[in-house]
Design a protein around this ligand. Structure first.
Ligand code: BGC
Length: 468
């Protein structure tokens, strides 16, 4: 890995999200969020967020880890239901928590970069209709204003919403995430309102201070055809429009892509929710934050059981490919490598996909600053008898992805930062605690933190970058 190929001033950081690490779900006046009840019945092996990595109580230790790492920047998220437990009334204890955290980060030389919303809607806002309703975007604008006023003297980089498109489809059509609705029109409404929330949040933050750097964190997967069948090429473009570009074009260009806006399965749902002036409100960003994990490989549904295709992708059971209902609705499936004991299905590293993502974004939108807001690898890490976690696979993974960024920079992209997902092992939503993403191992029984080999390696990369 050649970190020297990254531009001067390139920032190295890590990312987390409130619900995945904080725990303390009923402490100091925090109100319930949609995941609290949801995971009580749907958590993987019963895993839930009640304690998580207990970051709410151990934040000082975690800030010390960031300081030891030498991170330039730390992408954290605030819990909306800790700040506004009933969706409306500020909770001074919750605000105080983020105050202390931000102060400690700054004192440790780590720049805080705050995500306002990372999938943890207050239950009180969900009860009033959640993202399927426009009012939620308006509530979000008020929440953004509150945090801008409270933390804006110290926090200068802000992320509005995290992965709006995935949240909309997983929560409102796949039935996988809360509120587990299965209704394509509601999913489209949810996406539109999440994007509107971005726009309202952007406006509230920029009103507080024009110099704030504000943008979204968008899940991006470069999308390719699975075979050279012309139908797959067409479908790959269609799926890219309905996934990647449907959440980015409105923010950058102020329009939905035609292939999405006019699609017979989307047009009437959009007609119902898009009001005059919405796209002007949504359009606005200072950078593009992208979360990259793995690419998408698109296959026509009718070819999913072809023996040759099944053999090419090593699928013993063709039903493994047809998981995502919102792609199936378009006649497509996403072909993914199967899970093994060590890996969650689909999580096969493909670093070139990060170069492809950044290059595609730069080609489509011109010289827009790009921040890699998430990238990481789930592994079943363990501490060996010497108390060490040897996660060489993660070291290779980070090195290869940093090289992939350097390659995109060489090809003309303006990439400013890399936030590794994640600082510490945490609750991986529906996958619970089994697979670990952290640079720091967390023993969830004792909450003991042990920096993994990757932590020490990444610290060295950062040290070298500082001395360049
Ligand atoms: C999300 C994180 C999640 C990570 C790994 C992203 O989709 O923003 O919350 O833990 O991916 O799945």
């Amino acid at each position: 890995m050649n970190a020297g190929a990254l531009p001067p001033g390139f920032e190295f950081g890590t990312a987390t999200a409130a619900y995945q690490i904080e725990g303390a779900v009923d402490v100091d006046g925090r109100g319930p969020c949609v995941w609290d009840g949801f995971l009580e019945t749907r958590g993987h092996r019963g895993d839930h967020g009640r304690i998580a990595a207990d970051h709410y109580h151990r934040w000082a230790e975690d800030v010390a880890l960031l300081r030891d790492l030498g991170a330039h920047s730390y992408r954290l998220s605030a819990s909306w239901s800790r700040v506004l437990p009933d969706g409306l009334t500020p909770n001074s204890a919750g605000l105080g928590f983020y105050d202390r955290l931000v102060d400690a980060l700054l004192a440790g030389g780590v720049t805080p970069a705050l995500t306002l919303y990372h999938m943890d809607l207050p239950a009180a806002v969900q009860v009033r209709g959640g993202w399927a309703h426009r009012e939620t975007a308006e509530r979000f604008g008020e929440y953004a204003q509150l945090l801008a006023n409270r933390l804006g003297d110290r926090v200068k980089r802000w992320f509005t919403v995290n992965e709006p498109l995935y949240e909309a489809w997983l929560g409102y059509y796949e039935g996988a995430f809360p509120p587990a609705v299965v209704d394509a029109d509601q999913a489209v409404a949810a996406l539109h309102h999440l994007l509107l929330a971005h726009g309202l949040g952007y406006q509230a933050l920029k009103e507080r201070c024009g110099d704030f750097e504000v943008g979204p964190a968008i899940g991006f997967a470069p999308t390719k055809p699975a075979t050279d069948h012309p139908g797959d090429a067409h479908l790959a473009d269609l799926v890219a429009a309905h996934t990647n570009w449907a959440s980015l074009d409105p923010i950058v260009l102020g329009t939905y892509p035609d292939a999405f806006r006019n699609h017979p399965m989307r047009a009437s749902a959009l007609d119902k929710v898009v009001r005059d002036g919405d796209l002007e409100t949504i359009a606005g960003t200072d950078f593009l934050g992208i979360n990259y994990y793995f690419p998408r490989t698109v296959l026509g549904l009718e070819r999913a059981s072809d023996t040759a295709v099944v053999a090419q992708y090593g699928m013993q059971d063709p039903s493994n490919v047809a998981q995502l209902a919102h792609l199936r609705q378009l006649g497509a499936v996403d072909v993914r490598p199967q899970a093994d004991a060590h890996r969650i299905a689909g999580w096969a590293p493909y670093p070139a996909g990060l170069t492809e993502s950044i290059v595609q974004l730069t080609e489509r939108y011109g010289a827009v600053p790009i921040l890699v807001t998430e990238n990481g690898l789930p592994l079943v890490d363990y501490t060996n008898p010497e108390g060490v976690v040897v996660d060489q696979e993660r070291i290779d993974f980070i090195g290869d992805h940093l090289s992939a960024i350097a390659e995109a920079v060489e090809r003309g992209a303006d990439v400013r930062a890399y936030y590794h997902w994640s600082l510490i092992d945490n609750l991986e939503w529906l996958n619970g605690y089994e697979h670990r993403f952290g640079l720091v191992h967390v023993d969830f029984a004792t909450q003991r933190r042990t920096p993994k080999k990757s932590f020490h390696w990444y610290a060295q990369v950062i040290r070298e970058s500082r001395s360049r």
